[in-house]
Write a protein that binds this ligand. Sequence first.
Ligand code: TRP
Length: 470
Amino acid sequence: MSIKRSSIHGQWSSRWAFILAATGSAVGLGNIWRFPYLVGENGGGAFVLVYLLCVVLVGIPIMMAEIMLGRRGRQSPINTMTSLAEEEGLSPYWKLLGWMGVLAGFIILSYYSVIAGWTLAYIFRTGAGVFVDADAALSKSIFTELISDPEKLLAWHTCFTLMTVIVVSRGVKNGLEQAVKFLMPALFILLLVMVGYAMSTEKFMDGLAYLFVPDLERLAEKNFFSDIFLPALGQAFFSLSIGMGAIMIYGSYLSHKSSISFNCFAIAIADTTVAILAGIAIFPIVFTYGLEPAGGPGLIFISLPIAFGQMPFGTFFGCLFFILLLFAAWTSGISLLEPAVTWLVENKNISRVKASALAGVVTWVLGLVTVLSFNHWAFSFTFAGAVKENGFFDIFDILTSNIMLPLGGLLVAIFAAWMMSRTSTVEELGLGDGAAYRAWRFAVRYIAPFGVIVIFLNAIGLFKLLGFTE
Ligand code: TRP
């Protein structure tokens, strides 16, 4: 049976529109803010290597599966899972996958918006020339001053939430294309400028080595699975925007003629390149100015401004950099809200504007917890061998990236490769039934699910308990 639904929310105007929007979702704070600080916390080169493996072996196959489910279902992730389960004669409980995604989206956006708020604040700080000739101590104190003031954080968080709600309420397909088409390449070029600056610093080679050469001594101190694999897997899901239905809903607006596999590779390559460039730009600065690589979430906000303070036209480049980072965060933020909003429109019969406002209020309120995590409510704990200093913010981040997203991805893989009939997937993926299709099926059937399960079990210490590892 051939199924060709269309989405009540419309379709992308072209294949490029989808690639641009999905790249907009993937490239964001995850690449430029989260990736470098995780690399710094989790041991440099070894983490990067494992991360790349996770992207290729687990991330890309699951991304293809998730887009495929979205395109076949053509509704919000919750309703898509309900319809597909019904069609394939499976349990209606598969829709819980959609619900978990909506919940993960709310939690992620709630703290994402606070960090995007820092970006907003830094547009004005760099633009005002605050960092000209600043040293590490001054840069640190400017950052600390910002995050210890809940009122400031709240104001910027509110701005970003509003920006996100406004775009989602107008329908994500309008305007996004234009924004991404110009701003992403601009961000890319600016990162190259930053890499150019990093090359001129004394410790450029140290930075590169830190990023690309696994340090075996440091590795020996770490528990490979819980300290490196789990955060790397979580980061792969976070950075590619998979595991919560964001890319599923974008897939639901995708035309039947477009090639899912080509699109996925294009998105994953763009996403990974941006993350690696950010790493190359940041670590030489970190070492040259004597900063701590394991500096946590403040890493880019402390290190990059020092560089802007030193380089020619630094005030201009710094301001522009944070503006472009804000746009990257914006195009990601809207994809986090979209699954919940489409569900409200489909099921509660309310307008998109009302649905967006309602969803916006939920994440805004939840964001207050993160606002307070950096000051009044701050407490620290150790996770994956790294000290986490910002209580609930870190808990939200770990809960979503390291647990909910991989679990969502695992369920997507199981559904696509074990539950759906082979004919349905051959038909929907459009790869034919040759080697490419078989490689994909093998990856989603075996590699991705077993990868996630083995990492989970190791991380919770089950294998150790059973005596499999020392
Ligand atoms: N991928 C984005 C980033 O790297 C964040 C993001 C957008 C996301 N949508 C998502 C993460 C869905 C997980 C799931 O900044």
